[in-house]
Design a protein around this ligand. Structure first.
Ligand code: DQQ
Length: 581
């Protein structure tokens, strides 16, 4: 059969079926091979079948299908400064994915060295047409913003894209002080009350990271606004602001998402920037004045350290889109490898996307909440439940009956004896990542005694405990309240010490006096995505166990503190393997 008819058949079966393979768990698939390529390949996280992937680009829903484009190097498993293209996959459910031909490849002088990140906007007139804005890298490695539209808007698969003859449509020009190599990643556009389109583009001027604002009446001719939408202060340590994202959220803790152009009462705005220094996705919540085009954050900031982050582990260059079918805002984020480049080259692929997360504003109005999209729950099978159990200090309890290398686990703890919590030492730097690592940032050690914590999950653990990743809470006493520290400790995750074994940490805004402490971890061979306090603080980590792989992986609950904690609920599922690319 000709390749094109095989491809057509595969696509048809994808579009008609629901994709999930009910019998094949990755344990079965993987038991036959232990090659590096397969061992660390996630089962239910999006990734291309081979080669390098980084940022999610232009996510959208169009004619009943979800589209995800992504930064892809078709030539190998490492990033490249001269051959990046836009990979393209479609899905009916954000879980099963079908790979399509590249959407954008370097073909023009303005993108000869690569088609870099960008976004999609559904332009309502005429008839809701998707438009892509992306960064082109020219022969001098200068950056400009460019536009592409579908060749055929009635094709729900949007297979072919045509670059505008007007490109580049946003370019550095004399007098506007734009740094030609720090000018990239156009956001989804929004329409103001005056019927002008707005878009922000990431930039850097001196020390300042900024979100430059551009306006257009017709989506083709763009002018730079006098002021950026927002920028960091002078002497910022954030570096360039990459992949800016700007969108409205509803107040009152509503899960309902809003279209990017939506404004009015009960609406706040979120500006997300990806700070190049430290690779952190930080966000600000604030007020957007549509007439002045000014964004005023509720809290000022000194540097990225003081800003809340979408995720306190490995999670970068993220982007949201509005899913009108389910009236929600969905977040995509890139989770890079933590392995060394030689290993990535050997396994032939690198980079995955986090499970898409629904995102909304907490009822406090002070932070965003994220939760894995509910569709992922259809992969759950063979549930294991445990109710109400005291976990004495020093206990390790195995959770058996789940495929521990491919699982979804939810646990919640009740903590009494709060007066027994260790007091915070005023000499400690209030940096959760340092506290989780037992360091003080100046070479001295932080000794957190085993009192109320650590307690949590030991995932991807080998039988003899030579390897494990621990995701846990520790409660500390500050002035009048308690601080909940959430940590993801990778230091014992692999006997291969070449990997990046950094420990990550976050403070969890939960009052343990009145609330249980909940934790959910999505475990997928080489990725552990953890959600604390029902999505208030999140940590994604990459791990590469050498012993705790496939059927040899174990899952435990532990309490390594000296005081008891109570498990109020534990639910764990093996996860089925969807069809991905
Ligand atoms: N990745 C893209 C850039 C973006 C960076 C290039 C962020 O457009 O600034 O692959 O990871």
């Amino acid at each position: 059969m000709a390749i094109s008819s095989i491809w057509l058949l595969a696509m048809l079966s994808f579009l008609l079926g629901n994709g999930v393979s009910h019998t094949e768990t990755s344990n079965q698939t993987l038991s036959s091979t232990s090659s590096l390529n397969q061992t660390y390949r996630p089962s239910f996280h999006f990734h291309p079948s081979k080669n390098w992937m980084n940022d999610p680009n232009g996510p959208m829903r169009y004619k009943g299908l979800y589209h995800l484009f992504y930064q892809h190097n078709p030539k190998g498993a490492t990033w490249s400064n001269n051959s990046l293209v836009w990979g393209h996959s479609i899905s009916k459910d954000l879980v099963n994915w079908f790979s399509l031909p590249h959407a954008l490849t370097p073909t023009k002088p303005y993108d000869t060295n690569g088609c870099w990140s960008g976004s999609a906007t559904i332009v309502p007139h005429p008839r809701g047409k998707p438009v892509i804005l992306y960064t082109g890298i020219d022969h001098k490695f200068h950056q400009t913003q460019n536009m592409a539209v579908p060749k055929n808007v009635s094709d729900p698969l949007l297979r072919e894209w045509v670059k505008s003859t007007k490109n580049p449509i946003m370019a550095p020009s004399l007098g506007n002080k734009i740094n030609t190599t720090s000018f990239r990643d156009p956001s989804t556009a929004w329409l103001g009350h005056d019927n002008w389109w707005r878009v922000i583009v990431g930039a850097q001027e001196g020390d300042k990271g900024m979100a430059l604002l551009f306006l257009s009446k017709d989506f083709v001719n763009w002018v730079k606004a006098k002021h950026p939408l927002f920028h960091s202060g002078k002497r910022s340590t954030m570096g360039m602001w990459e992949c800016p994202d700007f969108f409205p959220v509803l107040t009152n803790g509503s899960f309902v998402g809003l279209d990017t152009s939506f404004g009015g009462p009960h609406v706040r705005h979120v500006l997300k920037v990806s700070a190049l220094v430290g690779s952190r996705d930080c966000y600000l919540i604030g007020t957007y004045d549509t007439t002045k085009d000014s964004f005023v954050p509720d809290k000022g900031f000194e540097g990225s350290e003081s800003l809340p982050r979408y995720d306190y582990g490995k999670f970068y260059a993220s982007k949201t889109f509005y899913d009108g079918a389910r009236k929600r805002r969905v977040l995509w984020g890139w989770i890079n490898e933590s392995s060394v480049q030689e290993d990535d080259v050997q396994k032939g692929w690198a980079g995955i996307q986090a499970i898409p997360r629904t995102l909304w504003l907490d009822k406090s109005g002070k932070q965003l909440i994220q939760w894995p999209i509910e569709e992922i729950e259809k992969l759950r099978t063979k549930p294991v439940n445990l109710h109400s159990r005291i976990l004495k200090g020093g206990t390790l309890l195995e959770v058996s009956g789940v495929t521990a290398a491919q699982a979804d686990v939810e646990i919640s703890f009740q903590v009494n004896n709060l007066e027994k919590a260790q007091a915070l030492d005023p000499s400690w730097k209030l940096d959760p990542q340092l506290l989780c690592s037992g360091e003080n940032g100046n070479g001295t050690k932080v000794i957190i005694k085993r009192r109320l914590g650590p307690f949590g999950l030991l995932v991807l653990a080998s039988k003899g405990m030579q390897e494990y990743t621990s995701v846990f809470f520790t409660i500390l006493k500050a002035d009048k309240k308690h601080l909940v520290l959430m940590c993801s400790d990778q230091s014992r995750s692999s006997l291969n010490l070449k990997n990046d074994l950094t420990t990550y940490g976050a403070f969890l805004d939960v009052d343990p006096l009145h609330e249980n402490l909940s934790l959910r971890s999505l475990i997928d061979h080489s990725v552990v995505e953890s959600f604390g306090g029902k999505g208030k603080a999140n940590i994604a980590a990459r791990v590469y166990p050498t012993l705790a792989i496939n059927d040899e992986a174990h899952l435990h609950v532990f309490n390594n503190g000296t005081f008891d904690v109570k498990i109020t609920k534990l639910r764990a599922w093996s996860m089925k393997k969807p069809k991905i690319n």
